[in-house]
Design a protein around this ligand. Structure first.
Ligand code: DAH
Length: 358
């Protein structure tokens, strides 16, 4: 006989047959729990309430009449407690079931076309890359090939082959970042001249660009890593006039048609003769300002005729071939062209700065 059927019989009979008040109420509770667990929707919740708590024929009314009221005196307090407990539990559970059943289903998330869409952040071209592309666009039509070289160099390519005397101050650890095995981080892009001359016979016209490293502390004009660009040509009969013409053309294209150039004698181990090139200051157009220290000119690059020793070190005969070379800092070019006054801005990765070059 199920416990629900037992609610139709007086408790005295049930006890006589071996049931106890605690087991009867316990079974009833577990039947209720099973039923209420499967309730879905408001209708079933109402049916559950009527079946268990309905005034006339609900389970609680039945047990109240046939179990509690019919209980012998000595069992009344126990049965009363069990009956009360169950009623309270049922009332709470039925209320809960009703509430869940009537709760509105979660609104599905519809597309709201009036909301702003997610922003797609576009990257921007770094000013150094912009300067590089502009430089390359000037040299490519002149027949120059664009190349790169290793950032880890040997002492030979970085210094020796370029005619640096062994006691040259640049070789010092103060300026050069040496690696454990004696190799080093290249201090300039000039070693690429040797590598290319070794690999290919003249005529050569090359632009080489990339990162270079110096043992410098970062400040507004120094960075331990920066970008250089090296251009050089090797052929029979190349003269300093070719170099001058090429660089004047370049300066006018890069800095503007009114730019004047000025070649000052200088010294580099790998060129002879050597020169430093100044251009009319792009900030004041040559009238004198803070940037050019009132001179109207600023230095932008080093250049010269490739030293015969360098040609020889690369396996060429300086009697039959000559060459010119020039090297400059791309970071400085970018700063001059775009009016940036601190080299560190180029390397801090601040998007507020970088986005201006979109
Ligand atoms: N390599 C030089 C430096 O890093 C720059 C340079 C000067 C390169 C004169 C050249 C040159 O090719 O002819 O300071």
């Amino acid at each position: 006989m199920s416990v629900l059927e037992k609610t139709a019989r007086p408790i005295t009979e049930l006890i006589a047959e071996g049931d106890s008040p605690a087991s009867l109420y316990g079974e009833l509770r577990s039947v209720f729990e099973t039923e209420s667990a499967s309730v879905a929707g408001a209708r079933q919740a109402r049916a559950l309430r009527d079946r268990w708590l309905g005034r006339k024929s609900g389970v609680i009314t039945a047990t109240n009449r046939r179990w509690l009221k019919a209980a012998p005196r000595e069992l009344k307090p126990v049965v009363g407690k069990l009956q009360n407990l169950l009623r309270k539990e049922l009332e709470a559970a039925v209320k809960r079931a009703a509430r869940t059943a009537s709760a509105p289903a979660r609104k599905d998330r519809r597309l709201d076309p009036t909301l702003p869409g997610p922003e797609r952040v576009l990257g921007s071209v770094h000013p150094v890359r912009m300067a590089l592309e502009e430089v390359l666009d000037i040299f490519r039509p002149l027949g120059y090939t664009v190349a790169e070289g290793p950032e880890i160099e040997t002492f030979f390519y970085n210094f020796e082959a370029l005619n640096f005397p062994p006691d040259h101050p640049a070789v010092d650890e103060m300026d050069t970042l040496f690696l454990k095995d004696g190799d080093l981080l290249r201090t300039h892009t000039s070693p690429c001249q040797i590598r290319i001359m070794e690999a290919q016979p003249p005529p050569l016209r090359y632009v080489v660009h990339g990162k270079v490293y110096r043992n410098d502390t970062a400040d507004a004009t120094h960075s331990p890593m920066f970008h250089q660009l090296e251009m050089f040509a090797v052929d029979a009969g190349i003269t300093f006039g070719d170099l001058k013409g090429t660089l004047e053309h370049f300066a006018a294209r890069f800095f503007g048609p009114d730019t004047k150039t000025r070649f000052r004698p200088s010294y580099f181990p790998f060129t002879e003769p050597s020169a430093e090139v100044d251009i009319t200051c792009p900030f004041c157009n040559g009238s004198g300002c803070r940037v050019c220290k009132q001179t109207g000119f600023i230095e932008v690059l080093g250049c010269g005729m490739i030293d015969p020793n360098v040609l020889r070190n690369a396996g060429l005969d300086p009697e039959s071939h000559q060459g010119f070379a020039a090297g400059f800092g791309l970071d400085r070019f970018a700063m001059l062209k775009y009016g940036i006054d601190d080299i560190l801005l180029l390397y801090q990765g601040d998007v507020r700065f970088l986005r201006q070059f979109r």
